[in-house]
Write a protein that binds this ligand. Sequence first.
Ligand code: BGC
Length: 759
Amino acid sequence: MLRNLLSLLLLIVVCNGGLAQLRSSVNWKARWIEAANADAAMRAAQCFQKNFETGKKIKSATLYITSRGLYEAHINGMRVGDAYLTPGWTSYRKRLQYQQYDVTTMLKKGGNTIDVTIGDGWYRGHIGFDGQKNYYGDKTALLCQLEIIYSNNERTVIISDGSWKAAQTPVLSSDLYNGETIDARVHLQNWTSVKEAAYGFDNLIPTENEPIRKHETFKPVKILTTPKGEKVIDFGQNLSGWVIVKASGHAGSTITIQHAEVLDKEGNFYTANLRSAKATATYILAGEGEETFEPHFTFYGFRYIKVEGYPGELKPENFTAVALYSDMEPTGTFECSNSLLNQLQHNIQWGQRGNFLDVPTDCPQRDERLGWTGDAQAFFRTAAYNFNVNDFFRKWMKDVEADQLANGVITSVVPDVLNGFGGSSGWADVATIIPWQQYEIYGDAATLAAQYSMMKKWVDYIQLQSKNDLWQSGFHFGDWLSYRPGNDDGTEAVTDKFLIAQCFWAHSTQNLINAAKVLGKADDVRSYEAMLSRIKAAFMKEYVTPNGRLMSNTQTAYVLALHFDMLPEDRRAVAAGFLADNIKLYRNHLTTGFLGTPYLCHVLSRFGYNDVAYTLLVQETFPSWLYPVKMGATTIWERWDGIKPDGSFQTPVMNSFNHYAYGAIGDWMYRNIAGIQSLEPGYKKIRIQPLPGGGLTWAKGSYKCGYGTIVSEWHIQNNKLTLTVEIPAGTNAEVYVPTADGKLLEKKDVGPGRYTFGE
Ligand code: BGC
């Protein structure tokens, strides 16, 4: 009851404010502090310190802390918590998270010390791709409050204020793109005073999602010398994180470690695709026996490191790569009889791990690592199968809303560090796509209600841009990175950007209508439904020929028109036929970019071309999902041909080897190969409908929804298919049992339990 009341209250707070959210519940007595001698040029991480006494036995102690920059706190020499890159990344000016830690066991009776070191991070390090830094401010600052309750219930509070002192730390510089330099010879000394800064508390919010933590570790799989004579270590997996290094040497000896995703054709270390990001760790030894180094305020996207200046031989035991990412709960598994598809699934999941560091980023290695909205919407459904991303996206979508411009434009990257640049179809539509899909998957109407005004403002903005119900203005990225072979044979698969815009306008409007229905907004349902039919009618007139061909005869054009129901029922089969023809024209290859790819196989399966969907999925030559797998990829590439068949690279200007967007096929693999689908919001009702094909003899998927784990597993033997399903308590399912050749054998309605069906 109390919980219901609270969520009702939350709903009211959220709905009333539009942008409003639960603000800080801490009664902040603390002051923001910065080093008294701080200036924009001082790049070394500063340590802030306070010594204090506790007289009595402590019942509980809680630390509330945040920073302008990234912080790491220690109490009596012990690290506070196991979160990294805190306080995380949000649209700092409007929303800055603080964290709360139970530090009861870290305090002792008598003298205590709290130290907090702050590095540049997103706040004032390099961010964005034009060399900009200091986006949010040019000085780091700390805010913290330690609340102690003694066993006699007396309370005391230690706050950051002018009484603290500051000193330079061994972290001489730290930057997300460029890496970190640590000089172990530097000891905290020469303490200087701090000054209180006038920043307020209005933008402070409690942490909303799982923190970034350390996860898998990797030992070197190979230590090699390249043809150029570079000493290189291969960890076997492209990941985001860093390498923990052990070394013993003379004081002042300097180890440099560069990070790279790939080796070039000749086998040399390749960093051109990191663009200006130096991605370098520099460690200067104190010379006091074995020393262990790892960074604090950066991360690298890499599989290989190049080591210079290491004292002695490179031995595997002295190098450990560790993956860092938001601590989302794993929820999905997928495997099948095709080992290349299993590697694809592996690559998709690692693409997600490597790019979910508090914000869904495009890539983790070059001077970018931004929350590109188009990439996030394309990958969302797949992401939600692999991990529980409910809190992760609830938090990020609040930043999407916080950065929404007054006229309704949604920015291209969130948090916005490109000064309000936005409004592209397929990118800005994140404002409606993720909220609606999030509702379908997690079934939380309060979240949808909180997002509704953002959704509506975006759709209303488009309408204002339109003329005669056509959206044909403004900047659009289009079907980003679609097939463009760069020769003159006329096979470039370029889709008209305004055709795409019209489709996404309709899609966003449909999502808004869906949300309005759930939230009981009948007037909105009526007016946006009327608008939607005008959008579709205008589409038919402008972009469809009398014979049903689209003005852009590309896969993406047909895919978007069909997936978003732009065509009347009686015109869809013909369009699907043109799509299938087009795929044949490219000898069973896809040509889609970021916007068409997520829906391609869905459309094929929906309109009777499941076999063609499988043909595309198991295609091993460029362009295809399995081509990078065949080329040794361990994550999803930004481009279909990041490495060309002859081993040369695509342009270093844009060639990430860890970019999840094309991993959006994962959604189809869970949904159509394993056949696990949500029929009612939050999987209250489930559909199990595997569609066999592609020569697979078995497949197995599982998904942990809010009720428990759903399993669907099928095997084909002697041309007969057996399907086993598990349905968790509290749900029920429609099970469509297929035959080995993909026809419907029978449909069963089942409740919770484990069942086996078959021919
Ligand atoms: C990013 C993309 C992004 C795009 C905008 C690129 O630089 O890496 O993934 O969506 O810009 O089109």
